[in-house]
Design a protein around this ligand. Sequence first.
Ligand SMILES: [Fe+2]
Length: 683
Amino acid sequence: MTLSRREFIQGAAAMGATLAFAGPARASRATWRERRDLFPEGVASGDPDHQSVILWTRRPFEKGEREVLTVEVAEDEAFRHVVATAPAPVSRAADWTSRVLVVDLKPARTYWYRFTDADGNGSRVGRTITAPDPADGRAVNFAFVSCQDINDGTLNAYRRMIYEDERAAPADQLHFVLHLGDFIYEVVWYPEDLATRYDRTIYDVARIPGGEKIGKYHFPLTVDGYRAIYRGYLHDPDLQDARARWPFVAMWDNHEFSWQGWQSVLKPGPEARPGQTVKVAANQAWFEYQPARVAKPSGPSLETFDPPAVKDVAIERFDSDGLGDEPNNRIAIDSLKVYRALRYGRHLDLILTDQHSYRSPNPLDAPELATLGEEFPAMFPEDLMEILDGGRAYGGGHPPAELRFGTNSVANPAKDAPPQTILGPAQKAWFKERLRSSSATWKIWGNSLGALDWRADPQNLPAGLTVPWPSGFANMGGGDYGNAYVERGEIYDLVREAGITGFAIVSGDRHSFWAGYAAKALPPKAFEPVGLSFVAASLSSPGAMEAYEHRLPKDHPLRALYLADRARGPEWTFNMLLRHGVRSCLEYAKSGDLAKARALSNPSLAPHLEFVDLGGHGYARVRLSANEMRTEFVCIPRPVTRSDRPDGGPLRYRVVHVAPLWTAGERPRLRQEVLEGDPGLSI
Ligand SMILES: [Fe+2]
């Protein structure tokens, strides 16, 4: 759909107060002296469409409540061809951050922008790129990233991304960066409380005013607390350079609010508590620090958030969809609507969903479940997971009263609960409609959580190794679409029934690389993929292999399923467990013979997986064209210290998965190629 100019300007005006119109180019008349110290968090741009983009900076002032900066947008880096100049207000009420929507730009164009205060003190220069026109058939390139913990890691991956992009041919350069959450981690260690974690150094990120401390970590309770963390993160030079080079499209994950929280429930440690005021504070800080086309009840102004008043009240009742029936909860979660869709040329509809504000509680959180199968690290029986996910609707409305695992049993904690939902009903209806109505070649679901099953086959373990596994496959995930069977199935059924092609999921959160197929069920049920599914590793946050290397006892009877100890260090058989099963792991740990181990692969275990690396870090880049989706995993070594090399340090490997576009009813297929390095046991 192409809007007329008049409709477009009306729509853009509805976005709010600070609006700049592009016109004929002329040389800059501004006095601009770069003073990065006065703009300590740099610049950013977000959510471009084919005519407009939001520009961002922060310029704090010691005194007063409000100042007005000037923003200039130019066709060249030297600002000889300035196409827009506009006022950019900053105020104490928005922590001195500024958002300006610049409209009337040309599609698929690179622009440069900078902010200047009344005294001529200027921000660094940022670069941004508008989306191609919806009818434009050019290929679209983007990176997707997540999980940038800088409390105990570094962002060498951004340095690598910038280095490669600067040297790429123009047609191969990235158009934008999709950030799928954990932009900040709200749980912060202070170095004086904790010096190291695993083999990592604890770096000083932020001091949290008005926060609280549980154990060794601190977490925010107020908007000033969240703001302090965003500022600390944006002082990272690699992140700041990345935001200045590309427009970002951001979706939050859990850590932008609360580690184990959901809706407005705060769960910073083992105990959950009412957190309506904290959810509003988290939303306000996100609004202030992430330039994005989002909706809030106070209206379309981009200048300030205007938080609604709420109280922290316990949620005692839930409606039939699992949404907390408490007025403050509704106000808090509705204080910022971030799910949205963006169009990039003829080939991309990017549909972004919020996985935390509307979700029902994670059914695996019921504490009594911890005793079921504790001899099997991270494994939970798949058939019991299906019962928990289905809630009171399981078995045609007849869920079992008890969950049985061998000789052990517990009361079914989900017996009276609604079926698990991650999207919630309103967002789900919106999401389905966007999928159905999309006219782009590729419908990419930007989902902060992963959707591929984590599965193992402990039923094939030899007798005597540990206690017997009763029967059936094990699920090793939790809290994402990898075991939200009912809701995931509902979406995939829609894709199949509506004959939607070019459906693919990109996600984060799992701190690991995954490539495979979107399928609602696995053998012995019918395996019928309807699309592709990918997860990009964390930029920096520790993943499962790092945890197992440090925590799994050397004499654990099932150690071979996770790690194979070698003179040069442990190999990650956990990857092999998910791809090939227990028999392959036991053989590989014993003999080190890869061919022999793969010959024992269990073909019923993981037909949905082509690649998994639970030890990887880095980013993924996607290229979408009329006839294929190309997804490249760029994997770097564990980013424990900042690289002093201009390329951000060495690569571990570069692997690409290419899928030709399929027709309705045809099964999607990935072709894998290792372009550089060694992905170990990931294949
Ligand atoms: Fe994360």
